[in-house]
Design a protein around this ligand. Sequence first.
Ligand code: NAD
Length: 498
Amino acid sequence: MQIIEHWIGGKPTAGESDRLAPVWNPATGEEQAQVRLATVSDVDAAVQAAKTAFASWGQQSLSNRSRVMFRLRDLVERHELELAKIVAAEHGKVIDDARGEIVRGREVIEFACGITSALKGGFSNDISRGVDSYDFRQPIGVCAGITPFNFPVMVPMWMHPIAIATGNTFVLKPSERDPSASLFIAQLYADAGLPDGVFNVVNGDKTAVDALLDHDDVAAVSFVGSTPIAKYIHERGQAAGKRVQALGGAKNHAVVMPDANMDWAANQLTAAAFGSAGQRCMAISVAVAVGDAADELVGLLKEKAEAVVVGAGDDPEAEMGPVVTEASCERVVSYIESGVAQGAEPVVDGRGLQIEGHLGGFFVGPSVLDKVTPDMDVYKDEVFGPLLAVVRVDTLEEAIDLINANPYGNGTAIFTFDGGAVRTFERDVNVGMVGVNVPIPVPTAHYSFGGWKDSLFGSSHIHGHEGVRFYTRAKVVTSRWPKHTESQAAQLNFPTSS
Ligand code: NAD
């Protein structure tokens, strides 16, 4: 059985732990490898490697740092298929979908290639007579990333290219469910010429996470995962005096107005609800049908959900793979059961799906429940599987009130041709990322990604310019160059500009 180790100080390392966790093949239900779960001293070794490397990496020229990013970008592009296969094997998503996350992650590296522009400071000439002022940003030290299973390449890439390009060093603690992609990226960084110790990977569970949160030499923590853990990370990291950005879970609603192009909307919702088996933080899990939209929309959703081809991630015909673990599969099934028990109407039921040749796989088919109401558990909780709940409302205002009353605020979308409705929606909805006839409005890398309410703890969104600010701190210099012979009497009043 393969044992997946850590990457510390520029090389694979077993560390000292004998605790192991299984890594499943979700398409077969078999244990395909084991991952080592780091001890506190393994984490300390990674942080010490990063701290040592920071002393020189933080001093490298901007252009040297961006050159590493250019090389990494090309390597990620060249190895895209290989990496996608690793993702598909451990996560379960289909290979084309895995390629999609690699491309979106690569966009953040492309943003980091332009770090020379992103780090340009300001200069003010003569803010007072003979006095100039300017600012610049400096790296903060060792930064940690703690990431979820659902995007094992893209989500870490929301963090490390920007942290590293701005001059920091990085310790990544990926999800223990699909750890191999991060080790592959570590090798690509080494091939791109990144000095040893700048990028490190420690595999592990809560022990490793807590060790990072408590470590005196970790300056900042970026977290992406479920809401309860995001809240915990934020509180514990802040209490230890660190910068923390912690992105949490989601319950994303798509509003479909009666005037929408219904076929377009149904296709977009099908893709956004069932792509990656619904295991995306920006997946649409609630369709809010306004007025007359409902019957036509539900009819189309049924047709399209039933047409989705489900299979193993490496099956070229498959559009949707299994969910990540047996427990996830059982969880989705239990929410379908509870929804039906609480009065929802099953339109498409994915329970009991069997895929030939993969009978042990963690499969649950696309599922649609109609007439879901906000008091049902299937509405209230983040299910994180291929289950779309349809809630029927009478007006746009009712749709907005529904979304605003929901504790999550990651993404949302509206489908309509009515510009006035869009304007009201995008201004009144309390959600961080809004799509207009676009179901998964994940901002591109030069914008920043982040939800509101229980979808984000901390004040900083991730990647883009907010990412640059998160990983750096500003310094403002006020300078004056008197002549050697010049003299000025001591003035005890508070200095003002003259
Ligand atoms: P998770 O919260 O279970 O795990 C995320 C990370 O936290 C993992 O590295 C895990 O090892 C660690 N962790 C888990 N339990 C812990 C504990 N008790 N103490 C300390 N660390 C712990 O999330 P997941 O199941 O891997 O991922 C799915 C979740 O992530 C969903 O809720 C999804 O919405 C969310 N997510 C959010 C975004 C976003 O941008 N907001 C993006 C992707 C995923």
